[in-house]
Design a protein around this ligand. Structure first.
Ligand SMILES: NC(=O)c1ccc[n+]([C@@H]2O[C@H](COP(=O)([O-])OP(=O)(O)OC[C@H]3O[C@@H](n4cnc5c(N)ncnc54)[C@H](O)[C@@H]3O)[C@@H](O)[C@H]2O)c1
Length: 316
């Protein structure tokens, strides 16, 4: 008995890296899985249907159930076809993992319009379109059965979307947007019994320039390795399962064997004009704001833990 027995999952971008680990371990936990992957380059160019099929073959060889899907998640109609494929092939949809991603790193002053558009399309629209089609299905189903559908969406952000990084303004904007999208989707869908959570993953994948030729796919590791992108999957399996039915609108950072819970943007402190009966003078306001800004403690990344300059986890 697996904790996902009877559930149907779609994982986008599951042909390589982190998503491949999710798909294989969701299937190991009992889910029937639609393995989506366009099969393009890390820049989002080209396509290859065999990439998704290779992961389906791994899952089947291990006794699981899966089918391949090569739709582009940034396409409205492609995403609809992917969601419909899960429902038509396996009879329902319970878990959607939005994971597909590309990189087009450049400093802001060199970034081309096409670099911005491509990254925003795959990440942000590639989260919106599958989520929108899945949520329409779940809302209809909820009305039909007269109650909550008990479904789970897991989105994919990045430490870069939560904390920023040099040379990745397009990716930061997309991944930060995904973290807030997570919360807003959870608010829209709570009444229908659909949870929405977000994971910022890590792992030595082809997406990391520093990984070079050393990329090993998650199902190929034979023993625990902190660089294994498959280390993120236990969190995905738990978030997809009924064991996490109280959890929604949350963002988690997963690195090797550590999972960090992130709090969303929240008010830290404020200033009010003395007497509270007039508008601020700009310089007076600036002085008051500097006081609270510089009083705020900045503990550093992840409460003191920082990536080393040569860490394979530093970018992506
Ligand atoms: N590896 C890390 O350390 C890390 C860190 C933070 C965030 N992430 C995020 O995790 C996710 C997975 O990244 P990864 O490192 O496994 O990279 P990866 O390149 O190994 O896997 C991404 C997969 O997405 C697929 N894909 C790209 N565009 C697609 C599209 N339009 N439609 C369908 N499939 C598409 C690619 O073909 C690829 O197989 C991404 O969203 C990435 O931004 C990764």
């Amino acid at each position: 008995m697996g904790i996902l027995d009877g559930k149907v999952a779609v994982v986008t971008g599951a042909g390589h890296g982190v998503g491949r680990g999710h798909a294989v371990q969701l299937a190991e936990a009992g889910a029937k899985v639609v393995v989506n992957d366009l099969g393009g380059s890390t820049r989002g160019e080209g396509q290859d249907e065999s990439v998704a099929q290779a992961v389906v073959d791994v899952i089947k060889a291990r006794g699981g159930e899966a089918i391949a899907d090569a739709n582009d998640v940034s396409s409205w109609t492609g995403s609809k076809a992917m969601i419909d494929k899960a429902i038509d092939s396996f009879g329902s949809l319970d878990i959607l993992v939005n994971n597909a991603g590309i990189l087009r790193d450049k400093m802001i002053f060199n970034m081309e319009e096409s670099d911005w558009d491509a990254v925003i399309a795959v990440h942000l629209k590639g989260h919106f379109a599958p989520t929108r089609h899945a949520c329409a299905y779940w809302r209809d189903k909820s009305k039909e059965i007269g109650g909550p559908v008990n479904a789970s969406i897991i989105h994919t952000s990045s430490s870069v979307g939560l904390l920023g990084n040099v040379g990745q303004t397009n990716y930061s904007a997309a991944k930060g947007g995904i973290a807030m999208f997570t919360i807003a989707v959870g608010q829209d869908m709570a009444r229908y019994g659909v949870r929405s959570n977000c994971v910022a993953p890590s792992g030595s994948t082809r997406l990391l320039p520093s990984a070079g030729d050393k990329v090993v796919e998650p199902d190929e590791y034979t023993e625990y390795d902190p660089r294994d992108p498959g280390n993120v999957a236990p969190l995905i399996v738990w978030l997809g399962s009924d064991l996490s039915s109280q959890i929604s609108g949350q963002v988690f950072l997963s690195i090797a064997s550590t999972v960090t819970h992130f709090e969303p943007w929240k008010a830290a402190s404020h200033v009010t004009v003395p007497g509270n009966d007039r508008r601020w003078d700009p310089a007076e306001l600036g002085q008051a704001l500097e006081e609270i800004v510089f009083k705020t403690k900045h503990p550093g990344l992840y409460g003191g833990m920082q990536y080393g300059a040569d860490s394979p986890l530093r970018r992506g």
